[in-house]
Design a protein around this ligand. Structure first.
Ligand SMILES: [Zn+2]
Length: 258
């Protein structure tokens, strides 16, 4: 599940190889941008914004979002791709390397001076230079009746959290994801913990919220039917969303969380 930390590390890895390099190949496999060819232009930064990735090339920005299944891979010239060709949505080459965006949830090209408009709606970015914990808290509480599990995922409140972190954060703070956010005690601690967890994970490929990298890396996420690591009660799974179309799985311990 891609979250803000995944996008942060992806941007860092892409930048390490592509920044300052001239694109030798630009193959965007989405109908609207299939004819856009930025080859010959120079990559001038790869920037994460919450869960969005902005790759600046010449006068343009290639904006992508990993959504549920997306990933960017880097391949040395001639090496075999680890995901099937038909899943590739973007194939970008620089000398010696190919960057492939697989199953991207969204891909668009915008003029660079309009780049801000595509991410303007985002709240403070947990891993961004604009991080502002007090603004994130104010945003989180803007609708006190909203379920905390939904408020945490709303990128307008704070940017970078996905389904793994919202389940884990609610567990660690002992609140059910369905609890109205206005009833959460010391909600600033939820924000602080989100920041600490995502910072701790941003430079490693495998995420862990328990501190264990091999084995039980999560307290509740995808652990339905298994015993709670803290109290032994069976972990439950349900769905939470603003609309039926946006329902996402969520996990909790019915004893540790109230
Ligand atoms: Zn428990």
């Amino acid at each position: 599940m891609p979250e803000g930390d995944t996008v942060y590390l992806t941007a860092k890895n892409l930048a390490a190889v592509m920044d300052g390099q001239t694109l030798t190949r630009c193959d965007l496999r989405v109908p609207k941008f299939a004819t856009v060819d930025l080859s010959g232009d120079v990559v001038d930064g790869v920037v994460p914004r919450g869960k969005h990735l902005l790759m600046r090339v010449g006068e343009y920005t290639i904006h992508s979002h990993l959504k549920m299944e997306g990933s960017w891979h880097l391949y040395r010239e001639g090496s075999r791709w680890r995901r099937p060709e038909w899943q590739a949505r973007a194939v970008l080459g620089v000398e010696g390397w190919t960057a492939v965006g697989f199953s991207l949830g969204m891909l668009e090209v915008v003029p660079r001076d309009e780049e801000e408009s595509v991410v303007r709606y985002l709240g403070p970015d947990l891993l961004g230079p604009d991080w502002d914990a007090s603004l994130a808290l104010t945003n989180l509480l803007v609708d006190p009746t909203r379920e905390v599990g939904l408020a945490l995922l709303d990128q307008r409140n704070l940017a970078g959290l996905g389904n793994v972190y919202r389940s884990e954060l609610c567990f660690l703070r002992g609140v059910l994801p369905t609890r109205p956010v206005g009833e959460v005690e010391q909600p600033e601690k939820l924000i602080d913990l989100a920041k600490r967890l995502i910072e701790a994970n941003k430079d490693r490929a495998e995420r862990s919220t328990t501190g264990v990298l091999r084995g039980e890396a999560d307290w509740v996420y995808r652990r339905e039917g298994k015993p709670c690591l803290r109290c032994g009660t069976t972990i439950e799974r349900g769905q939470l969303g603003d609309t039926e179309l946006e329902l996402r799985d969520t996990y909790w311990c019915p004893r540790c969380q109230t």
